[in-house]
Each structure stands twice: as C-alpha cells, then as structure tokens.
Ligand binder design. Structure first.
Ligand SMILES: Cc1cc2nc3c(=O)[nH]c(=O)nc-3n(C[C@H](O)[C@H](O)[C@H](O)COP(=O)(O)O)c2cc1C
Length: 165
C-alpha cells in the first residue's frame, strides 16, 4: 500500500507537519512525501491513501494573490498550490483521503484543511478522519510546541482508519 502525502508551503511549516505526518504513517508501508509543485497532474496508480495539506490563507486554501502576498516577505512563490492541483485532479471513487493544514491558533481564522477535505470528498474520495488543523504563530511562522508530535500521532491514525470501512 502506498500513502501519498502532498503538501504546499510558503514558509516551511506545512512541510514540517507533512514530514511528521508521513513519519507517523510510516508503519503502514510505502510513504511518499511530495511538494505539490513537483507532482504531475493526476495520481500515481498505486496510491491507496491520499493525504493533502497546505497553509491557510484568507480563511481557506491559498490563491495566486495570497501566495504573492506571502512572497512580499521574501518567500518562494509556487505557481501551483493545492487549490489548483485539486481543481485538475481525478480521484478514484472511494479512495481513502485525509486533509490537514497549518493556521493561526484563532477560532475565527478559517481552515484550509476543511476546504481541502470538502474538495476531496466532492471528487469522490472517502474521508477517513476529520480534517485536522495544526497551529503556528507569528508572521515568520513557527509551529506551536507539541504540533509535530500531534502530526505524527495523527499520521499514525490514518493507516488504520483507511483500512476500516
Ligand atoms: C497572505 C497570508 C494570509 C493568511 N491568512 C490566514 C488566515 O486567514 N487564517 C490563518 O489562520 N492564518 C493565515 N495566515 C497564516 C498562515 O496560515 C501561515 O503563514 C501558515 O500556516 C504557515 O505555513 P507555511 O510555513 O507552510 O507557509 C496567512 C498567511 C499569509 C502569508
């Protein structure tokens, strides 16, 4: 079974979380961690669990404009975000899927994870656990203490959840 963990990042924190999620999934077989801009359109044939994560921008997935805003602070601007990748994606019916994001620890700040999960379900995926938020602070964002442990633990739940119906 191959687990594909796809992530987008501006400042690197979602990459850190994605790596921890992939580590957590590790007991379940082959795990591939790929930045969204490095993926060709479409899914490799052998994917049995698809996990997608990105930063929350303007309450949801990033857009070209929000990525440009992030770029003003000196970050690399990716041409393709998770939003654009998902827009072009076909998902085999019932494929186990999961979604996560990074965001500020504030109840009114939205969640890219929710939006990603919604999109994956609309594409026909089977959400195996609820969308998960991981928290950062600051404009040069740092993860809150304990978030990488939480990400590893969340990753470990995904394999079992994707096996049960
Ligand atoms: C343009 C922009 C808009 C943002 N909007 C939100 C937001 O609406 N809600 C939120 O919780 N965080 C927001 N943030 C903070 C990001 O979620 C944070 O920078 C991100 O989690 C860091 O992940 P990264 O290191 O992978 O880029 C925003 C950040 C930027 C640069």
């Amino acid at each position: 079974m191959t687990t594909l963990v796809v992530y987008e990042t501006m400042y690197g924190r979602t990459r850190d979380v994605a790596q921890a999620v992939a580590d957590g999934c590790g007991g379940g077989g082959d795990v591939r961690l790929v930045e969204v801009g490095e993926l060709a359109a479409g899914l490799p044939d052998d994917v049995a669990l698809l996990v997608v994560g990105g930063p929350t921008h303007a309450f949801s997935m990033t857009r070209p404009g929000t990525r440009r805003d992030a770029g003003k602070y000196g970050r690399t601007i990716s041409q393709t975000g998770v939003r654009e990748w998902l827009a072009a994606l076909t998902v085999p019916a019932g494929l186990p899927v999961a979604a996560f994001c990074t965001k500020l620890d504030s109840p009114l700040s939205g969640s890219a994870a929710r939006a990603i999960a919604q999109r994956l379900r609309k594409l026909g995926g089977r959400l195996v656990v609820p969308a998960k938020d991981f928290y950062v602070k600051g404009t040069q964002p740092e993860l809150l203490a304990g978030e990488l442990d939480r990400a590893r633990a969340w990753g470990a739940t995904l394999i079992a959840a994707s096996a049960s119906r």
